[in-house]
Design a protein around this ligand. Structure first.
Ligand SMILES: Nc1nc2c(ncn2[C@@H]2O[C@H](COP(=O)(O)OP(=O)(O)O)[C@@H](O)[C@H]2O)c(=O)[nH]1
Ligand SMILES: [Mg+2]
Length: 740
């Protein structure tokens, strides 16, 4: 995928240029500084190309075939198919020379935080009196947790199914501890060679996976480019709020997404919602849809075709002209594995069955071919876009600088030392205005960094104060949330009020986290995108006049050199606001509610108010004034407790939004402004320095080598056309990637 594409070509031209620079320097060892600069620029571009990653998120509903697709692309069973939906992180897979799995464990404080959060939902006196904080590494604490989990209260609280997420989490943490204890202390685990397979065990077993923060697998895959990363994401319909936040965070770093749709399930409501979210994140035009055909499920090829047409129709309102391919990921995987060395007998039998209908099988094969083409094209598009933005203009300027230097050296060969010195002095004077414009560009950018930063801080405040208002989604949710009273009260009439309170808050929190992790963060992402766009436009707008001034001053300089017998083409400078530095990640909100809620709710239940109220009700009942039945009484108590909790959560939310705002400002926007402004200036400076040849060095070099004038001329004559050729090829490459 890589050699014939523009990045491959560019790498080739860089190698040529380095050779030519070497030859140039052998001719003029005194002009080493200029050669040093060129080499430095090229080395940076090379390093950049080498560490560049094109990230591709594989998304879709649970069990749509995401892991199977990643395996099909890699041509082997990398990821466990049909793995549990509770697996906590995105597994990233990269082609690479050797087999390696790097597993990163959650930091101890993260684990402690998650455990504390889950423990908040355990009404157990032993926890309330526990000397803080609860630590898994302490055997007594593990023992206590085991007792509590097995105990009566927990059992009755979690008895009926749906609300057992905290229970599952705590159980998993407890069960897995012994097996990860050692690795946990090191923070990460690296598996090499045949051991790599063990990662599947870690990633797919709940009690081990719960400890993991990140998994990166590197495996040989001959037909995939080394710069690719495939991220196997959690199902977009996963019930766990933290999954959505994680997928969102990963998608923010991705260049493309493969959207897998199972032919068994087709597109469903959850898909349309997710599609809309993808669009809001700006991924709408970077999607390739894969309709994963379960061939056994369809009568014949015509049946498949009809389904493809339907899916295409259904997608059209969401994504104009969707790129959609249909094939069986499982068939591809099995066929590739058979080629590579063999399948188990059941797999052979399954494949034979799938291939039984030549029509369907052929359709799937064509779909796979088509997909590979589209995928390759999309990945190359990403790379070409990046080249056009940064690397290519820099390399082009080096080629132009070298070509000019060679050309001028040829013209200067015949002159004497006195003429060189005069020339150098006159051109040096001509550079003064250039230096002045550069200085004012620097000042402009410094000023811009300050005032754009201040404006962004202001905008973050405004955005968050809007998000903190009564109308905004999070707050209005907190203020208006109503549980399913029927279910809550009817479930177990005998359950103590306290348990119902815990359950009520657990549901409340679950919904709140879902909203915060999803909708709120999406709004943050949209906000950040708008600000970044604005920031780029502002930087562009502020610098454009100065770049025009720079170009005009350069044109004057070139006129002067031409008058001195050194003609050259004044260049056009590329004003490019650099991409967002990869180390800057958009902060996302992850709400954590502390045990304060417990006091807020329980205080009411236990409070004088609550006691008096109940006493009053009892008195009314005795006096025969008609009173509340126990169920009504419970509902009234819980409603009041809920009101107390709401007030507490609202306050807590305020605090956390302020904190989040500070992170947005100081850990994201301010560094972003500084990095973009600096990158922009450095880019321009590098281009100028590549071009404005070191005349001092050149004239000195020329006056040193007068003895072998003829030998130099021959070598320069040979060098000139080769440099021009590289320059011409780079120019046409630039036209190619800019023209799309
Ligand atoms: N019959 C059939 N099964 C498939 C196909 N693709 C995936 N599966 C099975 O569907 C299940 C879920 O697939 P998986 O890739 O784990 O889904 P994920 O949850 O999206 O990662 C696994 O058991 C796969 O073997 C297919 O094309 N045909
Ligand atoms: Mg999967």
């Amino acid at each position: 995928m890589s050699d014939s594409a523009p990045p491959g070509e560019l790498a080739g031209e860089i190698t040529h240029l380095l050779e030519l620079i070497q030859e140039w320097q052998a001719l003029f060892p005194q002009a080493a500084e200029q050669a040093g600069h060129w080499r430095h620029v090229l080395a940076e571009v090379q390093a950049h190309l080498a560490e560049e990653v094109v990230r591709v998120a594989v998304v879709g509903a649970v069990k749509s075939g995401k892991s199977t697709l990643v395996n099909a692309l890699m041509g082997r069973e990398v990821l466990k198919r049909g793995a549990g939906i509770l697996t906590a992180m995105i597994t990233r897979v990269r082609p690479g020379p050797e087999e390696r799995a790097l597993l990163l464990f959650k930091a101890p404080e993260v684990i402690a935080g998650e455990i504390q959060q889950a423990l908040n939902f355990l009404p157990d006196a032993r926890l309330e009196n526990h000397p803080e904080p609860f630590t898994l590494s302490r055997p007594q604490d593990r023992e206590l947790l085991a007792q509590i989990l097995a105990g009566q209260e927990a059992a009755s609280l979690w008895a009926n199914g749906s609300l057992n997420q905290n229970y599952v989490l705590l159980t998993a943490y407890l069960a897995g501890y012994g097996r990860v204890e050692e690795a946990l202390a090191r923070g990460s685990l690296e598996l090499c060679g045949p051991d790599v397979e063990r990662h599947q065990e870690l990633v797919t077993q709940e009690e081990l996976a719960v400890y993991l923060a990140d998994a990166l697998l590197t495996l040989p895959a001959a037909d995939l480019p080394p710069f690719l990363e495939l991220g196997d994401c959690q199902g977009s319909d996963s019930p766990l709020p933290q999954h959505l936040t994680q997928v969102l965070a990963y998608l923010l770093k991705c260049d493309l997404a493969l959207y897998v749709i199972s032919s068994r399930m087709g597109l469903r409501q959850a898909d349309f919602q997710f599609l809309q979210e993808l669009r809001r994140m700006g991924m709408g035009e970077h999607l390739i849809f894969v309709l994963n055909l379960d061939l056994g499920d369809h009568r014949d090829a015509a049946d498949c075709e009809a389904l493809i047409a339907r899916v295409r129709r259904e997608l059209a309102p969401w994504v104009p002209k969707p790129r959609l391919c249909a094939f069986s990921a499982l068939q591809v995987l099995l066929e590739r594995r058979r080629e590579a060395g063999g399948l188990a007998p059941q797999e052979e039998a399954f494949l034979a069955l799938v291939q039984g209908d030549p029509g369907k099988s052929e359709l799937s094969r064509r779909g796979w071919e088509e997909f590979q083409g589209l995928f390759r094209q999309a990945v190359e598009g990403v790379r070409a876009g990046r080249l056009a933005g940064g690397a290519l203009p820099q390399v082009l300027m080096v080629a132009k600088g070298l070509a000019e230097q060679v050309d001028w050296a040829r013209r200067l060969l015949d002159r004497d030392a006195g003429a060189y010195r005069e020339l150098a002095a006159r051109l040096q004077a001509r550079r003064q205005p250039l230096t002045a414009v550069r200085a004012s560009l620097h000042q402009t950018l410094e000023g811009a960094t300050r005032h754009l930063g201040a404006e962004l801080k202001h905008r973050v405040d405004a955005f968050l104060s809007e998000q903190g208002s009564r109308e905004a989604s999070l707050v209005s949710f907190v203020l208006t949330y109503e549980p399913d009273w029927e279910r809550l009260l009817a479930d177990e009439p005998a359950a103590p009020l306290r348990h119902q309170l815990y359950r009520l808050f657990q549901e409340f929190q679950q919904e709140l986290l879902k909203l915060a992790g999803g909708e709120f963060n999406l709004q943050v992402v949209e906000f950040v995108r708008r600000q970044e766009e604005w920031l780029r436009q502002e930087l562009h707008r502020l610098c454009e006049p100065l770049v025009v001034a720079l170009e005009e001053t350069l044109a004057l300089y070139y006129r002067e050199t031409a008058a001195l017998g050194l003609p050259g083409e004044p260049p056009s400078l590329k004003l490019e606001v650099p991409p967002r530095p990869p180390k800057l990640e958009v902060p996302l909100l992850s709400l954590a509610l502390e045990p304060g809620w417990r006091w807020a709710g329980e205080v009411w239940l236990r409070s004088g108010m609550g006691v008096l109220e109940r006493l009053w009700q009892r008195l009314k009942a005795k006096a025969g004034w008609g009173s509340l039945d126990p169920r009504q009484q419970a509902e009234q108590d819980l409603r009041r407790a809920l009101a107390a909790i709401r007030r507490w959560v609202r306050e807590e939310l305020k605090v956390q939004l302020v904190d989040f705002g500070e992170r947005l400002k100081f850990r994201y926007f301010l560094p972003l402004v500084a990095e973009l402004a600096q990158g922009l200036e450095e880019g321009l400076e590098r281009q100028l320095k590549s071009l404005l040849v070191d005349l001092e060095g050149l004239t000195q070099a020329l006056s040193h080598g007068e003895a072998d004038r003829e030998g130099r001329r021959r070598r320069l004559d040979a060098l000139a056309p080769r440099v021009r050729l590289v320059e011409a090829r780079l120019t046409s490459l630039a036209a190619q990637v800019n023209g799309g």
